[in-house]
Design a protein around this ligand. Sequence first.
Ligand code: MSP
Length: 707
Amino acid sequence: MARFFLTTPLYYVNARPHLGHAYSTIVADAVVRFRQQLGENASFLTGTDEHGQKIQRAAEAAGITPQQFADANAARFREEWDRLGLRYSYFIRTSESRHNAAVGEVFRRMQAKGHIYKGEYSGAYCVHDELYVEGEPGTPCPTCGRATEKLTEENYYFRLSAFQQPLLQFYQEHPEFIRPEARRNEVLAFVQSGLRDLSISRTSIRWGIPVPGDERHVFYVWLDALCGYLTGIGYGSPLPADQQRFHELWPAWHLVGKEIVRFHAVYWPAFLMAAELPLPRGIIAHGWLLFEEEKMSKSRGNVVRAEPIQRVMGADALRYFLLREVSFGQDGSFSYDALVARYNSDLANDWGNLAARTLNMIQRYFGGKVPYPAAGVAWLHQDLEIMRQAEQARDSLRAAFLDYHFARGLEAVWQFIAGLNRYLVDQEPWALAEKSDAESRSRLATVLHIAAESLRFTAILLAPVLPESANRLWQQLGLEGDAAQRIDGLTWGKIPVDQAITQISPLFPRLEKAAAVEQLRKLEAEAEAASLPPAAAAGAAAAPPAATPASANQAAPANQAAPANQAAPANPPASSAPAGKASSPPDAAASPAVPPAAARIPIDDFAKVEMRVGEVKTAERIPGATKLLKLTVDIGTEARQIVAGIAEAYAPADLIGQKVVIVANLEPRKLRGVESNGMIVAASVEPSGKPVLVSVPADTPNGSRLR
Ligand code: MSP
């Protein structure tokens, strides 16, 4: 059986997962389910990248050890994937001990072949991207644009320069190695412009894997993390079963975001060539999910989380939106409006309605049994056309998905669904049912038989993207097993006739758009407030997200032909996480309850925080956000717009003219779409976490710095 092994990037644990991370993992899950439905032995690995300066700093800022920090956030990633029903087979954390040994082994192999030497690096480094950058320190990082820092230290170097020609030759021999084409061209240009040797160890940080035999050094985090793809499936383990698994699965396909193609398409194959290990099969790069026109990322403060969406409309709706709306390989915009619009038009109206209509008519006109197509009666041209369209949808989806063109594949299935809806309108089975002559009755049987068989097709074709709803449809059709049947072997005419359908419930109850968008925004704001740093979130962080599904869910489905729908509107699927798992773990990075394990810091660290006295000039509520206020604060040199989670403790009018203390040098972030340029300092008073503003005497000049 053909094998297909895919990896997602190993996510940094400096923050909780957001929709950008979910996007990669959802794509991997859909691809693997699709490949399984082609009869392949397909699986995927995901995991977390836990070492390096970025994590070390984030842990310091939270006052806990890097390991505690990584434990808390790695658990969140895992829980998120479980909650979304993503079926990874392997999960690797780079702080696991099994991983240490494997990285050391790869290094020893590279060293044994003479590809490593010791030297000194002095130059620019981007901590955010953990990237060595050409040029003077301070030069903007080519990936994220942040100012680079000066780094001078003794390092082990990898002779990357020696791999320029072998890499170019490899790309030439494997034109499919990097996709899409645009990314391949970027990589070729980068390698052709010359490769410099790469520093692969650090002495100035401790949070990493020690270099065997020279433990003052820890490995460069990218060498460490990339090796996770090997360790996660057994490389370096002394156990024969692990070794065998590694040999069966490796090499992998790597699915990555476009910003990390260079690490995967240049450094990684060079490391593997040096260690004489097989090279990956290929790198599949996707674009970014944009929100409010920018890359969704924690540092920009424009993140959306998956959980509220899942709670309002189900994980399937999110999967469908991401794969249908984003043209794979390119950047795509996320918006609540577009999400709800797609849900209503494609899922509730087109597919959901088709299913409910058909099943209800089978229920009503044939006592709930899938009818036989009338014997001895020639099929009409329109009937044959549906058959043709079903097979065409199958072939188009298969070809498109094999090529990672998910939107195109789904579009083909929706053309079929639209054709089918038209067919029902044209054939008017409800009118046929009114007539009692034998011809009308046999025509009715044929039409509903064709519709039921078509539904079986849609369930199978959509199972990779909409697994939960495809299975619900499968069940309602009364079919055995699940909808994840073979796509390549899918042929017309296999629905067992005379079998009983089961209880009908709408696949996607229609949502009232404005209410659903409002509900999504509210849940997102609550999730966001729960992840704010303690002082800014004071008063907001303590509230757990609402546990009830959106009331919009309960809105009656807009399905005129399906009264059964209205009788039993089903809420979208609840959590698919295994029982016993907490859906909302304490936020170790932000929670004031975390013990300050590494509480003492050098004075220099404190000096990095610029706290100033300010005076509130304007204050107003943010529509729809119960806990947030938008303030303008005069800090002497300028008026700052700051969003603070204090609305439940302070009325806007009472704040005007009040002196406050703000943190002035935080990066801007957006809360509920409103930019915040700083943070108001407040005490968080237990047990409720009520915020109490820190103030200074009224005559303290605005802008005075706190030292
Ligand atoms: N730790 C490295 C990867 C090491 S792989 C051996 C890393 N981590 S990351 O958490 O910053 O991002 C990983 C991936 O998350 C990106 O490559 C991309 O796949 C996904 N995304 C993060 N933000 C994203 C968007 N806004 N949009 C789409 N995907 C995004 O880089």
